[in-house]
Design a protein around this ligand. Structure first.
Ligand SMILES: [Zn+2]
Length: 116
């Protein structure tokens, strides 16, 4: 389980609704996500991102993955590698975005507590 750090679980069937607009998601990904708390300790956690055809439009990796679903109604074994590459690119972006959000939340928390 040494690769746990980079484990990504994709959910293609009945993904949750988009957390941003409430619309139906296209696919969701769960990935491990660790961040440092105020004392600099690593805090492990699991995050989930949902690919939304509305909110994620114009983001190149999301567009790529959405286009894949438009062209391929079902996931054929011969398309798995393409799908994997597109999904990995999108997850990398989604993951970075959530880290930013975490940092924002963290800064908000600190400013709120008068520590910034
Ligand atoms: Zn949305």
């Amino acid at each position: 389980m040494s690769e746990l750090h980079d484990e990504i679980v994709l959910q293609l069937a009945d993904p949750p609704n988009c957390a941003r607009c409430g619309g139906p998601g296209r696919v969701s990904a769960r990935f491990s996500h660790s961040w440092k708390n105020a004392s600099g300790e690593e805090v492990p956690g699991i995050r989930e991102a949902t690919l939304c055809p509305v909110c994620d439009r114009d983001e190149p990796t999301a567009d790529g993955l959405l286009a894949f679903f438009t062209v391929h109604k079902t996931l054929e074994p011969s398309e798995l590698e393409t799908f994997h590459n597109l999904a990995a690119a999108w997850v990398a972006v989604a993951r970075a975005r959530q880290v930013d959000q975490q940092q924002l939340d963290d800064e908000y928390e600190r400013s709120h507590n008068g520590k910034l």
